[in-house]
Design a protein around this ligand. Structure first.
Ligand code: ZN
Length: 450
């Protein structure tokens, strides 16, 4: 087995190859929406994934059709006797350029271009940079891999059409693994090795308040006649306390985050908070962000100011978003939000509450051998201890993987640090992140079973 020093030097020598691999992948306009880009572009990317992973030592690498019509790529190396298997996840489709005027990108969207030490192009980080991490790690090990490997590269992750999510439960034997590396996140910042261990869930509702059969003249009836908009506003106002803590009856809101610290000044800048305006909540930024429920009013239907009449609103409606932290059931949180809104409805106003489809949060198991080995590999690769962060958005696939393989350790890693501007124009990747993450993954694969 190669030593850490040997692997470091091999990965470093593989970086020109990593650049070439990434350039070829970025050149495929693999937006998985045939209304925007021809399907052949996705198939071209899929074929590249097949060819390159075959070169890197995977067998039977092939397309696997999924129910949404976009194939995933599967390949594998059987596990040596008694050794565990690691499933490597990534996706080869990308977000559209988001550039209707053709002026938002400073470099060509689908041509990998170096500028100020970073590599620019759609998908350079999300998720083709992570494909190259898997590839480079495997190349560095030169076939001398003490574990079984399986690869699943999804073809429509950015579309949210759920092809792979539907595929996984029906192909549990094909994909079964002891450990799953979901390489579609990134470090807290470049150079700060970070495992993403929590993804927030979602439990939105729409609440409609009615008080009158129709709007009534506010001069003739205002006073005793109940104002539906004011009723709604008073209900919404109970969802946060004076400090800005979310205060939904029955939901715990004092949990703290154990991983990385997010300095308030940095958060203010990242979130574009106006000077002098407070951050919310009595916890630290990371507590509020990843450990506690967070309520937001996304929209209100009521008469707009221009065009409003001197009339008492008869009905008002709001869409309320609830982000659900790990260790809280999204369905239960949605029920609590619904019960809370009913309980605070004033004046016996008529209230109707419609739940949206909820999404469970994800909480990575952090006590197992793979997690320990990956933390150690990240520390070796970066020369500093690994930390943990959460993420706002959900990755439904993680929940499907967890349900299908309840005993597998699922780890979220990748090269998508904040400066990558994933999903936005001018997406880029820091090549040092590709190098460090590839080394970490190679070290993990070499040492995990020991
Ligand atoms: Zn992604």
């Amino acid at each position: 087995m190669a030593t850490a020093t040997e692997l470091r030097s091999r990965v470093s020598k593989l970086m020109p190859q990593a650049h070439a691999d990434l350039a070829a992948l970025v050149a495929c306009q693999s937006v998985a929406d045939p209304r925007q880009f021809p399907e052949s572009e996705c198939l071209k990317a899929a074929q590249l994934v097949i060819d390159k992973f075959t070169e890197a030592g995977l067998r039977d690498t092939r397309l696997e059709p999924t129910p949404d019509g976009h194939p995933s790529v599967f390949g594998h190396i059987p596990a040596p006797d008694g050794a565990p298997t690691v499933l490597l996840y990534c996706h080869y489709d990308v977000q559209p350029p988001l550039d209707p005027t053709g002026t938002a990108w400073k470099t060509p969207v689908f041509r990998l271009t170096e500028r100020d030490g970073r590599w620019y192009g759609r998908g350079a980080a999300d998720c083709k940079g992570n494909i190259v991490v898997h590839l480079t790690a495997l190349r560095a090990l030169r076939g001398n891999i003490p574990v079984g490997i399986k690869l699943i590269a999804e073809g429509s992750e950015e579309q949210g059409t759920g092809g792979l999510e539907a595929f996984v439960p029906d192909h549990a034997d094909l994909l079964r693994a002891d450990t799953i590396i979901v390489a579609d996140t990134g470090n807290f910042a470049a150079g700060v090795p970070t495992l993403t261990t929590a993804l927030r869930g979602l439990a939105n509702v729409t609440v409609t308040v009615s008080t009158l059969e129709n709007p009534m003249h506010s001069g003739m009836f205002g006073g005793p006649a109940p104002d539906a908009l004011l009723a709604l506003i008073s209900m919404l106002a109970t969802l946060r306390d004076a400090h800005g803590n979310t205060t939904i009856q029955g939901l715990e809101s004092g949990t703290t985050w154990q991983g990385v610290d997010y300095p308030p000044g940095q958060f203010r800048a990242d979130a574009h908070v106006l000077d002098g305006v407070d951050l919310l909540g009595s916890g630290r930024v990371t507590d509020m962000l990843w450990s506690r429920p967070a309520v937001t009013v996304l929209g209100i239907d009521c008469p707009p100011v221009v065009g409003s009449a001197a009339a008492i609103p008869a009905q008002a409606r709001a869409r309320v978003s609830l982000r659900v932290p790990p260790n809280m059931d999204a369905r239960r949180a949605q029920d609590a939000l619904t019960a809370h809104l009913r309980a605070v409805t004033p004046w016996h106003a008529k209230v109707q509450i419609e739940p949206e489809a909820s999404g469970q949060p994800f909480d990575a198991a952090t006590g197992g051998p793979a997690y320990t080995a990956m933390s150690h590999a990240l520390e070796q690769a970066y020369g500093r201890p690994a930390t943990t962060e959460g993420q706002g958005g959900s990755i439904p696939l993680c929940n499907v993987l967890h349900q299908t393989f309840p005993d597998a350790e699922i780890m979220l890693t990748g090269v998508e640090e904040p400066r990558c501007l994933i999903h936005a124009p001018n997406e880029s990747v820091d090549p040092a992140e590709i190098e460090h993450m590839a080394l970490a993954e190679a070290l993990f694969l070499a040492n995990y079973p020991a």
